[in-house]
Design a binder for this molecule. Sequence first.
Ligand SMILES: NC(=O)c1ccc[n+]([C@@H]2O[C@H](COP(=O)([O-])OP(=O)(O)OC[C@H]3O[C@@H](n4cnc5c(N)ncnc54)[C@H](OP(=O)(O)O)[C@@H]3O)[C@@H](O)[C@H]2O)c1
Length: 218
Amino acid sequence: VQIGVLGGTGPAGAALSVRLASVGYDVVIGSRSAERAAEICEDLAGKWPGRELRLAGADNATAAGADVVVVSTPWDAAASTAASVASSLDGKVVISIANAIARVENELQPLLLPRGSVAAGVQAAVPGALVAATLHHVPARELGAVDAPVEGDVLVCSDHLEATKQTAEIVDRIPGLRALDAGRLSNAAAVEAFTSVLLQLNIRYKTRAAVRFTGIRT
Ligand SMILES: NC(=O)c1ccc[n+]([C@@H]2O[C@H](COP(=O)([O-])OP(=O)(O)OC[C@H]3O[C@@H](n4cnc5c(N)ncnc54)[C@H](OP(=O)(O)O)[C@@H]3O)[C@@H](O)[C@H]2O)c1
């Protein structure tokens, strides 16, 4: 399976890309600048010299040609970035990882969006795609450290069963993560907003907290 990551040059997209490549996926890091994406691929390959990583850099339009596409831009660019490559996304699983959060001095505030969540905005922008929201709570630093497992449960929300299934399969390939079906895309609002709570805990307790649910046997 080939996975394209739109805006994959940022910390979250690059970390996800190298992690997915480390578990055998063929990954295309997308960017508004193909040169920047190529540089990030070189950096990642240089950081993990012993590994055979199938990572390539390209523009977002090329990355959108992959089998599964992740949108990893800042929250306010997610819908427009997906819309800019809409024709390539029809019928595909599109994964939204963005959190809409504002930092006001030392306080983190979840932003309430007209459609409830960033993911719902992406789904509205590309109605032909099968949008799933996931990976909001996994810190980029842990995700990108491919020699170690990543601890945590990862909630997946979508209005499309096929998108939930394919997204959960991808998440479950990452050592230490457990994907959980958290229902329809309407729940993405709660999942995205909760990231603000996690980040506040990180500030308060000087850590990078992860989410783990008790009582669910999978
Ligand atoms: N950091 C984390 O630990 C973490 C964890 C989970 C989820 N997330 C979410 O993951 C997403 C990406 O996080 P990040 O920290 O990697 O973000 P970022 O560095 O701010 O942005 C990621 C990339 O998006 C592209 N981009 C920036 N502004 C854009 C615009 N106006 N239009 C189109 N593309 C634009 C840029 O790529 P080019 O300039 O190369 O096009 C940039 O490198 C965020 O929505 C965040 O909430 C982050």
